[in-house]
Design a protein around this ligand. Structure first.
Ligand SMILES: Nc1ncnc2c1ncn2[C@@H]1O[C@H](COP(=O)(O)OP(=O)(O)OP(=O)(O)O)[C@@H](O)[C@H]1O
Length: 313
């Protein structure tokens, strides 16, 4: 549904996006992850036909964004990372304005606006002024705005940024619903663990280059090539016991690296099940107060940090 080939964008001598290749199939929810200044907004702006690439090509559906921008705009709903100021405009008027911009007949708009507000849980704010809404509500209104023409593709630039945890959960639920509706979604975020939950695929971008792409699990395996063992000890574990535990881990088969986080040992492990069993037995034999062991393929936050660590620096 979205295809990017050798996309490059320079601002003067500065290269913001460099030779980017990306394919996002129809119906997928693609998480675009990267630190500040990585090139996410630039790429999304090119897809949204707001910025011309320096070289390379980008397609939405069958349309090249530079050759058929109007056709692309019909296919996409774009939500920028910045919500403009709208003095003296009520929620309904706001959506009505955008529905007008998309030439939706006046007779259809009341039902459309009701449905959109319902979808983004703002039905009780019909008569509120846009500027009086909370940030989370504004973000949801922005999402409703990007949906007025029922686009197949959504390009959402950090829709969860600056939201409190509750507002983020609401946003996440709405995106899940949009996914169920069959939309293809490209979403950028710094909220990495949350992206992992709702995305089908992830692309990690840094310094304008894609440094990893694949399903969350594929990316996890690229990073760790192993699993993450969390060995929880009693909260009363002493410093001396922790030192004994770390000394023991250092010599054990399968332990690639580890860190101590409060009373939990986080171990990147690529040994066999038997190695794992021997590791546990050794900890217990050392009289260390092991409470539990859990396995995990890594959350996106860890993956991201591991992948982008030192890249380009
Ligand atoms: N119009 C512009 N002129 C000059 N440089 C620009 C322009 N737009 C973006 N840049 C630079 O290009 C780089 C990529 O910016 P971009 O906004 O795409 O990053 P981002 O990944 O979206 O970051 P953030 O998460 O902070 O929004 C940055 O170094 C930025 O300063």
């Amino acid at each position: 549904m979205i295809r990017i080939e050798g996309l490059t964008k320079r601002f003067g001598k500065f290269t913001a996006v460099s030779e980017l290749d990306l394919y996002i199939p129809k119906g997928s929810v693609f998480g675009f992850v990267g630190p500040n200044g990585a090139g996410k907004t630039t790429t999304m702006s090119i897809l949204a036909t707001l910025l011309e690439p320096t070289s390379g090509r980008a397609f939405v559906g069958d349309y090249d964004v530079t050759v058929h921008p109007r056709a692309v705009r019909q296919l996409i709903g774009y939500m920028p990372d910045f919500f403009g100021v709208y003095d003296n405009l009520k929620v309904t008027e706001y959506l009505d304005f955008y529905a007008g911009a998309y030439e939706i007949p006046v007779s259809n708009r009341a039902v459309l606006i009701r449905d959109l507000l319902d979808l983004v849980n703002l039905s009780d704010k019909v008569d509120s002024y846009v500027d009086h809404l909370s940030r989370g509500m504004k973000q949801r209104l922005g999402l409703a705005r990007s949906l007025v023409h029922d686009p197949e593709v959504l390009i959402l630039d950090e829709p969860a940024s600056g939201l409190d945890p509750r507002a983020r959960i609401e946003m996440k639920e709405i995106l899940k619903e949009l996914r169920r509706m069959g939309k293809t979604i490209l979403i950028s975020s710094h909220i990495l663990p949350e992206l992992a939950e709702m995305c089908t695929d992830i692309g990690v971008i840094e310094n304008g280059k894609l440094v990893a792409v694949g399903s969350v699990d594929e990316i996890a395996s690229k990073v760790y090539e192993s699993r993450l063992l969390r060995i929880k000890l009693l909260p009363t574990v002493t410093e001396a016991q922790l030192q004994r535990a770390t000394a023991l881990l250092k010599g054990k088969q399968g332990v690639r690296h580890f860190k101590v986080s409060d009373n939990t040992l986080e171990v990147a492990f690529d040994g066999t099940e038997q190695d794992q069993q021997l590791l546990l037995a050794a900890l217990v034999q050392e009289q260390l107060p092991v409470v539990s062991l859990s396995e995990d393929t890594g959350n996106l936050e860890d993956i991201f940090l591991a992948i982008t660590k030192g890249v380009g620096s």
